[in-house]
Design a protein around this ligand. Structure first.
Ligand code: APR
Ligand code: ZN
Ligand code: ZN
Length: 361
């Protein structure tokens, strides 16, 4: 029997979000219905609302979520009702060329639920990133559910569903940060701070946080930054070189998504170092670099998408590390809010006042 629940809808371009009744169908083959317990507010939700991703309104927003599996469809064996899970927006196929070559984070054939959730008048909803978790319940592909230790609080667990995983994974998976490395992180919002936490976890010897806002640099210290540079007042490339014996950092992580910060990252790394782009640029942005510098400086230029994560490998591990007191994921939750406070949370996010607002249901 289809169920009716409350959910946060973006009805049209730049219109305020509102709570509506959502119809959630019974799970079909390979699908699951999850009772959402917590869901973080991410920039991507705001981009959906602004019409910056697609124009298939109305959207059911929310995608950084954790909850309990309530029902599973035919053929689902990896999760059962009652399992505590984190949702992910890249359920990999396991069969495509990328998956078979051992790089499932580049999977060509990720999947979501096949059935649609609707409004009560039958209007089909487009769930944000194939999840739609600012709702009491949502319908997903079973492969989007990863079981983790239920001892963790839902508001902390949900963080790994997107931004915090993107940052930690940029350091651990894409950047390959290892013990003794020097690491610089440009842009210390939620994603950059997560990269700092990841570098700290990996045993980086120096972690240099760069931002234009002193409040962000203060928070970055709490995440594990050993040095901070305000790039409004100090040239970050020079400062990073100075702090690394004149060489530059082994790994520089760019978590803003702008040409000028990417250029800083490019020049702030050691000759054989790695630059990881995790900030998402807009389509019109262009990068201009002397080709001779690209040639002469060697090393690697990489981008990191969802932290090159493999949810079934990374989510349980990171939750275990958190429960052991080795990864302070709780520091990313600035505030918990109700479902009807999402619009206000967008406002606060826009002003840079929060790392994460998390809806708790
Ligand atoms: N130099 C350094 N830091 C900057 C600059 C700059 N020129 N411009 C902005 N910043 C800082 C801001 O002060 C803020 O602390 O970058 C940080 C961006 O943080 P948030 O806006 O909170 O964004 P976040 O959620 O961390 O995401 C960062 O990663 O995944 C992507 O889409 C995401 O592109 C976004 C980026
Ligand atoms: Zn695949
Ligand atoms: Zn997100």
């Amino acid at each position: 029997m289809a169920q009716e629940v409350r959910g946060v809808i973006a009805p049209g371009k730049d219109e305020p979000v509102r709570i509506e009744t959502i119809v959630v169908p019974d799970p079909g083959p390979g699908e699951a219905v999850v009772r959402i317990q917590a869901c973080g507010v991410c920039h991507t939700d705001l981009h959906y609302k602004q019409g910056g991703i697609t124009d298939e309104f109305p959207f059911l927003l929310g995608h950084e979520a954790a909850g309990v599996v309530e029902q599973v469809g035919p053929g689902v064996t990896d999760v059962v009702p009652g399992d505590f899970v984190i949702l992910n927006w890249r359920a990999v196929c396991g069969r495509c060329r990328a998956c078979l070559r051992g790089r499932p984070w580049y999977c060509f054939d990720t999947h979501n639920a096949r059935q649609k959730m609707t409004l009560t008048d039958g209007t089909e909803l487009a769930p944000a990133l194939g999840i739609g978790a600012f709702a009491e319940k949502t319908l997903v592909a079973a492969g989007q559910c990863t079981k983790v230790d239920p001892a963790v609080s839902p508001q902390v667990a949900g963080l790994l569903g997107c931004g915090v995983m993107a940052g930690i994974g940029a350091a651990l998976n894409t950047g390959g940060v290892t013990r003794g490395d020097s690491v610089a992180v440009i842009g210390c919002g939620g994603v950059g701070d997560a990269a700092i936490a990841g570098a700290h976890l990996a045993g980086a010897a120096k972690i240099i946080a760069v931002d234009i806002d002193d409040r962000k640099l203060e928070t970055a210290r709490g995440m594990g930054a050993t040095h901070t540079v305000n790039s409004r007042t100090t040239d970050p490339v020079e400062a990073i070189r100075e702090l690394t014996g004149g060489f530059g950092a082994d790994v520089v992580i760019e978590a803003v998504g702008r040409p000028e910060t990417y250029t800083q990252a490019f020049y702030a790394r050691d000759l054989a170092g790695t630059v990881v782009l995790v900030g998402v640029p807009t389509p019109e942005m262009k990068l201009e670099l002397p080709l001779l510098d690209v040639f002469g400086r060697g090393g690697a230029l990489k981008s990191s998408w969802y932290g090159d994560c493999l949810p079934s490998r990374d989510f349980p591990m990171l939750i275990d590390l958190h429960l052991q007191g080795r990864l302070a994921l709780d520091k990313f939750v600035t505030e918990t809010i109700r479902l009807d406070e999402v619009e206000k949370a967008f406002e606060r996010m826009h002003h840079g006042d929060v790392l994460r607002s998390v809806v708790v249901l």
